[in-house]
Design a protein around this ligand. Sequence first.
Ligand SMILES: NC(=O)c1ccc[n+]([C@@H]2O[C@H](COP(=O)([O-])OP(=O)(O)OC[C@H]3O[C@@H](n4cnc5c(N)ncnc54)[C@H](OP(=O)(O)O)[C@@H]3O)[C@@H](O)[C@H]2O)c1
Length: 225
Amino acid sequence: MMSSPPLTAVVTGGSSGIGFALTQKLLSEGYHVFATSRSGDIPGIAHPALTVIPLDITDSSMVQAAVAAIAASGRGIDLLVNNAGAAPDVYDLEPKPDTFTQTFATNVTGLVFFTETLLPHLHQGAQIVMMSSAMGLIKNAGINGPAYRMSKAAVNMYAVMLAKRLSEKQIRVTPMHPGWVKTKLGGMNASLTPRESAEVIYAGIRNNSATGQFWNTDINGVEMF
Ligand SMILES: NC(=O)c1ccc[n+]([C@@H]2O[C@H](COP(=O)([O-])OP(=O)(O)OC[C@H]3O[C@@H](n4cnc5c(N)ncnc54)[C@H](OP(=O)(O)O)[C@@H]3O)[C@@H](O)[C@H]2O)c1
């Protein structure tokens, strides 16, 4: 009997926090993982099925080079996890030009054009997970983190639009809340460790058959926008 080739995943922001833990989880589940990192290195994971790709997602030439390196491997992509994100204004009440620009360049423009550039290399039936946040749901609007909340609301809209566009290819697109997680971004008072979050994210990847719907790992199910 012929064995099927390993599934292939791409995880952006694999250098720390949720992306680091999810990279470890996917490797343990038998995936070949292309994990991106701004430094081009991910200290702490050495695995024969891991390929580290240098990527600052705000740099369009690095986006092109990262996708070219993935494409050159000859592997089609089964799972894209758009995890890289920034939240420099999460404790601010008023939008400021510098943090607003950084947040949108990373969470929105970078995510959108990395995804669009990688799309031709996704298999029919692949999945795209956009690491969003419950903070980006309109019904959860608060007064802190203006750029961060707006950027995640934009990610949710892009995910729904892309889900419609890719439905004929049976590519599912899921904006996902990963829980409140102890990371540089989430802070140390958060409730989940990155490893616990990676487990519930992976369960969401396996269990969610919907597309274009917001998946909240806190309830292990779909939540209305
Ligand atoms: N932690 C939470 O409670 C929580 C809740 C809801 C949603 N999220 C989302 O989950 C995702 C992961 O966050 P995290 O909590 O794991 O935070 P984190 O530990 O700060 O990790 C953020 C990751 O994004 C990468 N990154 C930042 N700017 C980048 C850029 N310009 N180009 C490429 N990579 C970049 C970082 O790379 P470097 O190592 O190079 O900085 C790092 O790998 C984010 O999208 C975040 O919004 C987190």
